[in-house]
Design a protein around this ligand. Structure first.
Ligand SMILES: *[C@@H]1O[C@H](CO)[C@@H](O)[C@H](O)[C@H]1NC(C)=O
Length: 374
């Protein structure tokens, strides 16, 4: 079905590659107009006509709470990290970077349980995960999901499935999400196209944190993105999620995202209408909505925000709109008075662009069509 490549030879190419990259970025800077109009993630790797030979360079391009995904690369002799060969050989055994040799339609008979230190890289092929079960990230870290197309994911009856480490896992009922994350951290979901699934497109639940959701195209869907699914799960107070450079719409109804308890930095996204709301939540979450482009539907609800009605009506919740741009009468109801800054580490930080460039920066959202150029 898919070609799985262990990345043991990476150490031999890491140093020359780093040199090559620093030289190349100098000589390419400013030469290709298209690169300069890309967002900070895409600009990091899409300039490279040899991306197919340097696939793992992608892992250095993530920003936001996922941080850099360099644990997914092979050994990095300059900067050994937990999970690399240099740090611990046992982990390395499970480190895989999956690519696809040709276009394919994959109908999963059971949910795909993604393992620790796994990259699923759809660049170079048109890969559809459709019409059956979809992805489950269950108690894992260091996962990249890139350039896949998810649609018509279906609910699944309980039953056994082969999980990480060849263990048989007994799964309960699943509701038909495209990508469901349970108790998982350091996850990067980039450049996927997701639509028309039975339940949510992306769910982040039960203690999941340090997640970046970037460059995806979400369309034709009711419940788009859920950050924590349970009012009673207070551990999700620590949840931190970055949502950047995504295109929501057309025909999205709600949850872009809907958040409970935790914190979301939602920046430079394009909202092409909504029916119920774009940004919503309950249980005192904090949100910084920054330099997004909110285009309200011509007719219907102009409010970007929705708060589940409870005792204090969310009046004290820290929801900040910073430099967002509103079209067609869209408006954001701010509450609280703290800045809701994301407090990123050096590796997680990135420049948020002006909202007026959001259309350009999200122009290639969704799964990429790559040949020589990507
Ligand atoms: C993944 O790694 C984490 C952290 O090292 C570990 O606790 C967990 O058991 C691993 N999960 C699987 C499914 O192997």
């Amino acid at each position: 079905m898919v070609a799985s490549t262990k990345t043991t030879s990476w150490c031999r190419v890491a140093l020359p590659l780093l040199l090559l990259l620093s030289l190349a970025s100098r000589s390419f800077a400013g030469r290709r107009v298209s690169t300069s109009s890309m967002n900070v993630i895409d600009r990091c790797w899409r300039w490279n006509p040899n991306w197919q030979r340097n696939r793992q360079q992608l892992a250095t391009c993530s920003v936001g709470f996922a941080g850099k995904m360099i644990n997914n690369m092979g050994d990095n002799p300059l900067n050994p990290k937990v999970g690399t060969l240099r740090y611990g050989v046992t982990r390395m055994r499970g480190k895989v970077w999956i690519t696809f040799q040709r276009d394919m339609q994959i109908k999963l008979q059971k949910p795909l349980l993604v393992s620790n230190f796994t990259t699923i890289d759809g660049r170079g092929a048109n890969v559809y995960i459709a019409g059956g079960a979809c992805f489950l990230l269950y108690g894992v870290t260091n996962v990249i999901i890139h350039s896949l197309r998810f649609h018509h994911c279906r609910s699944q009856a309980p039953g056994p499935v082969l999980g990480p480490g060849s263990k048989i896992i007994e799964l309960g009922q699943l509701e038909g999400d495209a990508i469901r994350q349970v108790g998982s951290s350091k996850i990067w979901i980039d450049h996927n196209t997701l639509y028309e699934c039975e339940d949510g497109l992306l769910d982040v639940t039960r203690g999941s944190t340090d997640i970046t959701v970037s460059n995806n195209w979400f369309r034709n869907h009711d419940k788009v993105m859920l950050l924590d699914h349970d009012d009673g799960f207070v551990r999700d107070k620590n949840m931190r999620v970055t949502v950047i450079f995504n295109h929501f719409g057309p025909n999205c109804n709600q949850r872009m995202p809907r958040i409970r308890h935790g914190y979301a930095h939602v920046a430079n996204n394009l909202y092409q209408g909504w029916t119920q709301y774009a940004t919503g939540g309950s249980m005192n979450p904090s949100i910084r909505s920054e330099s997004n482009l909110f285009i309200a539907p011509k007719f219907g609800n102009k409010a970007v925000t929705w708060k589940e009605d409870n005792k204090d009506g969310g009046r004290s919740w820290n929801w900040q709109s910073v430099k967002d741009v509103f079209v067609n009468g869209a408006y954001f109801s701010q509450t609280g008075n703290r800045g809701a800054a994301p407090r990123y580490s050096h590796q997680q930080r990135f420049p948020v662009a002006d909202a007026r460039s959001v259309s350009a920066l999200t122009g290639s959202s969704g799964a990429l069509r790559c040949s020589r150029r990507c």
